[in-house]
Design a protein. Sequence first.
Length: 504
Amino acid sequence: MTSTLQPARVTETEEKRPGRWLALSALVLAVLLVAVDATVLGLATPYISEDLNPSGTQLLWIGDVYSFVIAGLLVSMGSLGDRIGRKRILLVGATAFGAVSVLNAYATTPGMLIAARALLGVAGATLMPATLALIRNLFHDPRERSLAVGIWGAVASAGTAVGPIAGGFLLEHFWWGSVFLINLPVMVVLVLVGVRTLPESRNPDPGPWDLLSVVLSLVGMIAVVYAVKEAAAHGLTGVTAAAALLGSAALHGFVRRQLTMPRPLLDMRLFRNRGFSGAVLADLLTVLGMSGLVFFLSQYLQLVQGRHPFEAGLAELPAAVGAVTAGLVAGRAARRYSVRAVVSGGLAAVGVALAALTTLSRSTGYPVLGAALLVVGVGAGFSFTVTADVILSSVPKDQAGAASAVSETAYELGAALGIALLGSIVTGVYRGFTAPPGTPAAAHESLGAAVEASTTMPAPAATTMLTAARDSFTHGLHLASGAGAAVLLATAAAAWFLLKNQKL
């Protein structure tokens, strides 16, 4: 039996699969689909606030329920793909993703939008593990795989640019729901290309898909992240404590069950590999430190600095340009220097850039913001690309789906925790701003609600209220950026030790 800690041996016939680069184009379309959806939501948030009038808590749920659900299901879906076929689950998931995007576009209440985002998370959980697992099975030559992973990461980063720019254009001409409909043409092309070019792959002897393990994983992830989110927003309550205990018990049961099953849903022995564990931890903490900034940056650009949606989308472009460029050369850099030098250096650069953003004000010029975003993109591009390569190269190809799911779970869990923790900092600071008499209570829920409320107030009071609200929001962004910088710098130090002697 092949060890789970060593890559499977590669035969000469496996090394160069015909049509592998064309097949890669279908996989990166799936990545583009998810990346565009994730980034476009932040740009649409002010319009959702104005139209659906969600509370501050509902607004955070709209932002992170997708990550909650996808984090709870990624391992299960990755393992399911190993069993029924990664091509099959990718194409079914892409079709469902497009269909549920329509439901998101036409949501009429905050509750309906939250539910639609949760369903989108179910569909999205099928996509990311399948793409990385198929790359692992398409590219057996390590250098080709590094380049393929770099392209995969570069397209994901490009999606973060395409989303805001395309979303900004749509928001200036159509209603906010149109930003979800851009998923449809990408989904159609993905399915048509994928059906013809992607080879099917699966674990030849996977064992049964254990439903109890699926339930334990889903309940554990959602309950724990919910507890963290609510504790950050409202302090420790009975409900929060109960959710934390439920989630911890479910995850403990999941781990114990995997260790006793002859063919587990997730082989826990993967974590004995220090490189694998270090890469997963680096991804989780990196996304946690960055996600609060990403979620609120579009609101800062539009509602604090007064930029139009399309202009705000263009303003975020340097981060994507930096990430695309770094992703394409990350594998070569890691071989020339070392894995830990590239990952730790990238994370440290992101941390310094986030620290620089603690100086933002309403009048901060774009060169400062653009330079900081460029550094964030370069650092993240180096780190994420190399850690993804480390994770894929640490496991046999038959377990690529499960390993990829662990990687993506770390990413989505970090996003959910980051929005919950850092987002709660921003929201908590914002709610405390001093407003003039006559200010509607809704203005304290979100900055978008304050802008909307100002249209019904006398001009002098509206100006005073908006100034206080914008200053309070910016101060909250300062604290979130500082906390994110601390997390990134600590992660850079941890990666230096955890990834020692790790090679691609």
